[in-house]
Design a protein around this ligand. Sequence first.
Ligand SMILES: Nc1ncnc2c1ncn2[C@@H]1O[C@H](COP(=O)(O)OP(=O)(O)OP(=O)(O)O)[C@@H](O)[C@H]1O
Ligand SMILES: [Mg+2]
Length: 178
Amino acid sequence: MKTFVTLLVTGTPGTGKTWLAKKLSLLLDYAYFNVGLFVKKAHLYSSYDRKRHTYVVDEAKLARRLIRVREALKSASRAPKTAKKGIIFDSHMSHYLPSKCSDLCIVTSCSLKTLQQRLRRKGYGQAKVRENLDAEIFDTCLAEAQENGHKILKFDTTAAKNSDVKAFAGRIRELVRT
Ligand SMILES: Nc1ncnc2c1ncn2[C@@H]1O[C@H](COP(=O)(O)OP(=O)(O)OP(=O)(O)O)[C@@H](O)[C@H]1O
Ligand SMILES: [Mg+2]
Protein backbone atom coordinates (compact mmCIF):
# COMPACT_ATOMS: atom_id res chain seq x y z
CA MET A 1 0.00 0.00 0.00
CA LYS A 2 1.42 3.35 -1.07
CA THR A 3 1.16 6.21 1.38
CA PHE A 4 1.41 9.24 -0.89
CA VAL A 5 0.81 9.30 -4.63
CA THR A 6 2.22 11.74 -7.17
CA LEU A 7 0.35 12.15 -10.44
CA LEU A 8 1.49 14.34 -13.30
CA VAL A 9 -0.96 15.65 -15.87
CA THR A 10 0.75 16.88 -19.01
CA GLY A 11 -0.27 17.50 -22.62
CA THR A 12 -0.50 20.19 -25.27
CA PRO A 13 -2.15 23.44 -24.06
CA GLY A 14 -5.91 23.19 -24.53
CA THR A 15 -6.11 19.39 -24.44
CA GLY A 16 -7.92 19.48 -21.09
CA LYS A 17 -5.26 19.05 -18.39
CA THR A 18 -6.95 21.40 -15.94
CA TRP A 19 -10.42 20.05 -16.75
CA LEU A 20 -9.21 16.52 -15.98
CA ALA A 21 -6.79 17.23 -13.12
CA LYS A 22 -9.36 19.14 -11.03
CA LYS A 23 -11.94 16.39 -11.42
CA LEU A 24 -9.39 13.70 -10.53
CA SER A 25 -8.24 15.62 -7.46
CA LEU A 26 -11.82 15.58 -6.12
CA LEU A 27 -12.48 11.95 -7.01
CA LEU A 28 -9.17 10.69 -5.60
CA ASP A 29 -8.88 13.20 -2.73
CA TYR A 30 -5.47 14.38 -3.93
CA ALA A 31 -4.20 17.96 -3.69
CA TYR A 32 -4.35 19.92 -6.97
CA PHE A 33 -1.28 21.94 -7.92
CA ASN A 34 -1.25 24.43 -10.81
CA VAL A 35 2.37 24.49 -12.00
CA GLY A 36 1.81 27.40 -14.41
CA LEU A 37 0.70 29.73 -11.62
CA PHE A 38 3.59 28.57 -9.45
CA VAL A 39 6.10 29.34 -12.23
CA LYS A 40 4.81 32.91 -12.43
CA LYS A 41 4.54 33.50 -8.67
CA ALA A 42 7.94 31.98 -7.87
CA HIS A 43 9.58 33.65 -10.92
CA LEU A 44 10.87 30.34 -12.26
CA TYR A 45 11.14 31.69 -15.78
CA SER A 46 14.34 33.10 -17.22
CA SER A 47 12.64 35.41 -19.73
CA TYR A 48 9.42 36.15 -21.60
CA ASP A 49 9.37 35.27 -25.28
CA ARG A 50 7.29 38.12 -26.74
CA LYS A 51 7.10 36.58 -30.18
CA ARG A 52 5.77 33.25 -28.91
CA HIS A 53 3.81 34.86 -26.01
CA THR A 54 5.30 32.41 -23.58
CA TYR A 55 7.55 32.25 -20.53
CA VAL A 56 10.93 30.54 -20.98
CA VAL A 57 11.22 28.21 -18.03
CA ASP A 58 14.36 26.85 -16.41
CA GLU A 59 13.44 23.15 -16.52
CA ALA A 60 16.00 21.91 -13.98
CA LYS A 61 15.10 24.66 -11.50
CA LEU A 62 11.40 23.91 -11.93
CA ALA A 63 11.95 20.19 -11.33
CA ARG A 64 13.90 20.94 -8.13
CA ARG A 65 11.15 23.25 -6.85
CA LEU A 66 8.38 20.77 -7.65
CA ILE A 67 10.23 18.08 -5.72
CA ARG A 68 10.27 20.43 -2.72
CA VAL A 69 6.53 21.13 -3.07
CA ARG A 70 5.87 17.40 -3.20
CA GLU A 71 8.02 16.76 -0.12
CA ALA A 72 6.23 19.50 1.83
CA LEU A 73 2.82 18.08 0.99
CA LYS A 74 3.95 14.56 1.72
CA SER A 75 5.04 15.65 5.21
CA ALA A 76 1.79 17.56 5.75
CA SER A 77 -0.17 14.46 4.76
CA ARG A 78 1.07 12.77 7.94
CA ALA A 79 -1.04 15.21 9.98
CA PRO A 80 -4.60 13.82 10.02
CA LYS A 81 -6.30 17.21 9.57
CA THR A 82 -4.51 18.10 6.35
CA ALA A 83 -4.28 14.55 5.08
CA LYS A 84 -4.34 14.15 1.32
CA LYS A 85 -3.61 10.85 -0.36
CA GLY A 86 -1.52 12.45 -3.05
CA ILE A 87 -0.80 15.39 -5.30
CA ILE A 88 -1.64 16.16 -8.94
CA PHE A 89 0.69 18.47 -10.84
CA ASP A 90 -1.13 20.20 -13.71
CA SER A 91 1.03 21.59 -16.52
CA HIS A 92 2.48 20.87 -19.94
CA MET A 93 5.78 21.03 -17.97
CA SER A 94 4.81 18.62 -15.19
CA HIS A 95 6.70 15.78 -16.89
CA TYR A 96 9.96 17.66 -16.14
CA LEU A 97 9.66 16.13 -12.67
CA PRO A 98 11.99 13.09 -12.52
CA SER A 99 10.19 9.77 -13.00
CA LYS A 100 11.46 8.52 -9.64
CA CYS A 101 9.28 11.22 -8.01
CA SER A 102 6.13 10.29 -9.88
CA ASP A 103 3.77 7.31 -9.82
CA LEU A 104 1.96 8.03 -13.08
CA CYS A 105 2.14 10.59 -15.85
CA ILE A 106 -1.20 11.24 -17.53
CA VAL A 107 -0.99 12.70 -21.03
CA THR A 108 -4.14 14.44 -22.25
CA SER A 109 -5.07 14.71 -25.91
CA CYS A 110 -8.04 15.72 -28.05
CA SER A 111 -8.95 15.90 -31.71
CA LEU A 112 -7.22 18.63 -33.70
CA LYS A 113 -10.56 20.23 -34.59
CA THR A 114 -11.54 20.42 -30.92
CA LEU A 115 -8.10 21.71 -29.97
CA GLN A 116 -8.30 24.48 -32.54
CA GLN A 117 -11.74 25.54 -31.27
CA ARG A 118 -10.62 25.51 -27.63
CA LEU A 119 -7.45 27.50 -28.31
CA ARG A 120 -9.36 30.11 -30.32
CA ARG A 121 -11.86 30.37 -27.48
CA LYS A 122 -8.92 30.95 -25.11
CA GLY A 123 -8.00 33.93 -27.31
CA TYR A 124 -4.86 32.45 -28.84
CA GLY A 125 -3.64 34.08 -32.06
CA GLN A 126 -3.16 32.19 -35.30
CA ALA A 127 0.57 31.50 -34.82
CA LYS A 128 0.04 30.23 -31.27
CA VAL A 129 -2.82 27.98 -32.38
CA ARG A 130 -0.61 26.59 -35.17
CA GLU A 131 2.30 26.00 -32.77
CA ASN A 132 0.09 24.04 -30.39
CA LEU A 133 -1.62 22.05 -33.15
CA ASP A 134 1.88 21.05 -34.32
CA ALA A 135 2.82 20.07 -30.77
CA GLU A 136 -0.28 17.86 -30.63
CA ILE A 137 0.37 16.34 -34.07
CA PHE A 138 3.95 15.48 -33.06
CA ASP A 139 2.91 14.29 -29.57
CA THR A 140 5.61 16.50 -28.09
CA CYS A 141 4.59 16.14 -24.43
CA LEU A 142 4.06 12.40 -24.77
CA ALA A 143 7.49 11.94 -26.38
CA GLU A 144 9.21 14.05 -23.70
CA ALA A 145 7.41 12.18 -20.91
CA GLN A 146 8.47 8.87 -22.44
CA GLU A 147 12.05 10.09 -22.82
CA ASN A 148 11.99 11.06 -19.16
CA GLY A 149 11.07 7.48 -18.24
CA HIS A 150 7.58 8.13 -16.88
CA LYS A 151 4.92 5.48 -16.53
CA ILE A 152 2.27 6.84 -18.89
CA LEU A 153 -1.52 6.76 -19.14
CA LYS A 154 -3.27 8.58 -21.96
CA PHE A 155 -6.64 10.31 -21.71
CA ASP A 156 -8.58 11.73 -24.66
CA THR A 157 -10.83 14.61 -23.57
CA THR A 158 -12.52 15.23 -26.95
CA ALA A 159 -15.87 13.81 -25.92
CA ALA A 160 -15.05 12.75 -22.36
CA LYS A 161 -17.82 12.95 -19.78
CA ASN A 162 -17.78 12.86 -15.99
CA SER A 163 -18.50 9.11 -16.09
CA ASP A 164 -15.32 8.60 -18.17
CA VAL A 165 -13.27 10.51 -15.61
CA LYS A 166 -14.80 8.41 -12.83
CA ALA A 167 -13.83 5.19 -14.62
CA PHE A 168 -10.36 6.61 -15.27
CA ALA A 169 -9.96 7.46 -11.56
CA GLY A 170 -10.80 3.83 -10.79
CA ARG A 171 -8.04 2.69 -13.14
CA ILE A 172 -5.57 5.03 -11.48
CA ARG A 173 -6.56 3.73 -8.03
CA GLU A 174 -5.84 0.19 -9.19
CA LEU A 175 -2.49 1.13 -10.69
CA VAL A 176 -1.24 3.01 -7.64
CA ARG A 177 -3.08 0.71 -5.21
CA THR A 178 -4.44 3.27 -2.72
N1 LIG B 1 -14.20 16.66 -21.83
C1 LIG B 1 -14.49 17.95 -21.90
N2 LIG B 1 -15.77 18.35 -22.02
C2 LIG B 1 -16.08 19.65 -22.13
N3 LIG B 1 -15.16 20.66 -22.10
C3 LIG B 1 -13.88 20.31 -21.99
C4 LIG B 1 -13.47 18.96 -21.87
N4 LIG B 1 -12.13 18.93 -21.74
C5 LIG B 1 -11.73 20.20 -21.78
N5 LIG B 1 -12.76 21.03 -21.93
C6 LIG B 1 -12.72 22.49 -22.04
O1 LIG B 1 -11.71 22.82 -22.97
C7 LIG B 1 -11.03 24.00 -22.59
C8 LIG B 1 -9.54 23.69 -22.48
O2 LIG B 1 -9.34 22.79 -21.41
P1 LIG B 1 -8.25 23.10 -20.28
O3 LIG B 1 -8.23 24.55 -19.91
O4 LIG B 1 -8.49 22.11 -19.18
O5 LIG B 1 -6.92 22.75 -21.08
P2 LIG B 1 -5.43 22.79 -20.54
O6 LIG B 1 -4.74 21.63 -21.13
O7 LIG B 1 -5.42 22.91 -19.06
O8 LIG B 1 -4.88 24.13 -21.21
P3 LIG B 1 -3.67 25.07 -20.70
O9 LIG B 1 -2.39 24.32 -20.97
O10 LIG B 1 -3.79 26.28 -21.54
O11 LIG B 1 -3.85 25.36 -19.25
C9 LIG B 1 -11.67 24.43 -21.26
O12 LIG B 1 -12.65 25.40 -21.53
C10 LIG B 1 -12.29 23.16 -20.75
O13 LIG B 1 -13.40 23.39 -19.90
MG1 LIG C 1 -4.71 24.39 -17.75
